[in-house]
Design a protein. Sequence first.
Length: 389
Amino acid sequence: MSDTDPDIQTPPIPGGEPRPEQYSGEVVYIYAFDIAYEMAREPLPTLLGHPVAQFQVDASKRTPRQLFFYRPQMVRLPALERIGPNGPLRLERTVKLLPVGALSITVHVPFVDQTLEDLVNFHNLHFTNGISLSDEVLQLVEEIQHELRPHLHRPVTKLADEEAYTVFCLHSPRASAGAPDLGAEDWLATHRRPVAALLTEEPDLARLSDQEADESTQKYLSYYDQDLVVVDWDAALIIDDPRYIDETLYLMELANLQLAELEAYDRILDDVVERSYRDLAGRRLASAGGRATQRELREIRIDLARLSDELSNITKFFGDWHLARIYKALYDRFHLSDWHHTIDEKLKTLDDLYQLLQSDRNNRWMLILEITIVLLFVIDLLILFNQGK
């Protein structure tokens, strides 16, 4: 009998109590890093000794003409075997390189016969050797950055904290739960609190308030009766056939990368603002440092305009209204609009500062010109006076 047979029921344990509902699927860890201001666009033949391929989205989807952000190079690394909190684990790793100087690493960890409560342990995954998954990913990123250094423009000297997102993918959960007539939305309604505890990494379900349970699971989307996506700010839940999960996962990976890039631009602007205040205090607009700061500001404005255009036209890339709805939920959860607003405000502050500096510089030049004109007039009078003698 197949695992999707509608006659499958959760067998009772001795005493008449039903067994906890168990599920199979995979946990997908998505990590985004900003490793440089920009990366050379020529294709790489290998990375860490493994062949690199061009990542392609579904050709049936509509795509924008300028695939600046969405055409990463991809390499699949050999799987690793580790011992996790619930037993042996297999780690399947994929690396994507983007020309904006960003790096995305996804780690797929399959699981079998786990309850929702068991899956809480997969947050911040630690192994029995004392090493965490985040530590292993960070070490991998450092190796990649070292190998890519000749291809990086202005590589970061110290990697910032990764932007991480955890996705729990359940395969055919209705049959596993022994509720063949229960739709995905009805399943969520009856499992709202366990799902909320899973997404918020709360091991004690009884301590979770109804308000938090409702807030954590309020952004959910379903297209067919058997699929479901629940989006929270730090984790998500996907219920679907394994054949159709990859598209949604890449959507989440993309949004996570955009958040990491916006955070990187925010850090860059913080440094530029600090230098601008020093320029303002020292009146060094005409100095080499001041000109370099202005040139860097112009580059940032161009890059942000391009990134903003991509975000504004995101539905063209997806070519699918349901995927666009999922992206909108991620956009809201990640507060991408707030990040854009913050960056725009900093750019406006920089514009105001440099307008002030430019105005001060112009005033000084006008004063110099006026003094020069007066001096020339005085010299002219002296010459005329001497000629009249």
